[in-house]
Design a protein. Structure first.
Ligand SMILES: C[S@@+](CC[C@H](N)C(=O)[O-])C[C@H]1O[C@@H](n2cnc3c(N)ncnc32)[C@H](O)[C@@H]1O
Ligand SMILES: [Mg+2]
Length: 247
């Protein structure tokens, strides 16, 4: 049989992102929510990584010498600030156009980021390893999510960290992240998300554990409509993020 190995790429999902790719770096555009929660999720990543690797997060480039892979990097909203903090960054996305936009933007910013259009399961097959692996707001867009998370986990080097983020599958997330964000607030184009593909924290954690990772931190992220900012909370019912480690 051709195609005996399942892939994590869903062609219709990739087409959606390619159609929006020109707006990756527009803070008021179709990716506005990602721009809005970028500072808070970056602080989370920096804090956990500094603690794990014994780095001083107030230093200029605290993460010099560490390799980071951003799986499903899109336009590179996380790759760029993390490269500035000293990580040697590889950005991976299954959509060709995202990689083109991300590469052009990094070049304009004078940042050396290794962008690749590839699949994480291929990197895992080749035995590549990274000190830090991110997969933020991606799992709800992939096929074969267990295979995807297993591949993400296997490329975490011993002693390394994985960060993940997605949306929970609850009635509240159906009301807020799907109907609210797409139909009422119009934060996202209609059809951006399929609520059935949202992942419960127990499912996310279970998948990582099955691949030998230990989940260290699990936090919710909530929007404050008055301040217009996102912050970490203990409420996991809509958006959440986690960090896990390989010991
Ligand atoms: C919502 S965006 C998140 C972008 C980025 N991680 C961020 O949070 O700013 C989801 C990204 O995942 C990518 N993607 C979807 N399926 C993928 C797969 N199987 N492997 C790698 N990337 C994938 C899409 O092309 C898109 O760029
Ligand atoms: Mg999403």
């Amino acid at each position: 049989m051709a195609n005996a190995t399942p892939s994590t790429a869903l062609p219709e999902e990739l087409a959606k992102f390619e159609a929006m790719a020109d707006s990756w770096w527009d803070p008021e555009g179709k990716f506005k929510p990602l721009h809005q929660f970028n500072p808070e999720r970056l602080r989370f990543i920096v804090r956990q990584a500094a603690a794990r690797f014994g780095r001083d997060e107030t230093a200029d480039r605290p993460f010099e010498g560490l390799r980071l892979l951003d799986v499903g990097c899109g336009g590179g909203l996380l790759c760029e600030p993390l490269a500035r903090l000293g990580f040697s960054v590889t950005g991976l996305d299954a959509a060709e156009k995202n990689i083109r936009i991300a590469s052009l933007h990094a070049e304009k910013m004078g940042l050396a980021i290794d962008y690749r259009c590839d699949l994480v399961e291929k990197l895992a097959e080749r035995g590549e390893q990274f000190d830090v692996v991110l997969t933020m707001e991606v799992v709800e867009h992939v096929d074969n999510v267990d295979l995807f998370l297993a591949a993400c986990s296997h490329i975490v080097a011993p002693g390394g960290l994985l960060f993940g983020a997605t949306m929970n599958r609850t009635l509240k997330s159906l009301a807020m992240a799907k109907i609210g964000a797409e139909y009422i607030l119009r934060w996202l184009p209609r059809g951006t998300h399929d609520w059935r593909k949202f992942l419960k924290p127990s499912e996310f954690v279970g998948s990582l554990r099955a691949s030998g990772l230990v989940v260290d931190t699990l936090k919710g992220m909530s929007f404050n409509p008055i301040a217009g900012t996102w912050s970490l909370t203990d409420d996991l019912s809509v958006n959440y993020l986690l960090s896990a480690s390989r010991n």
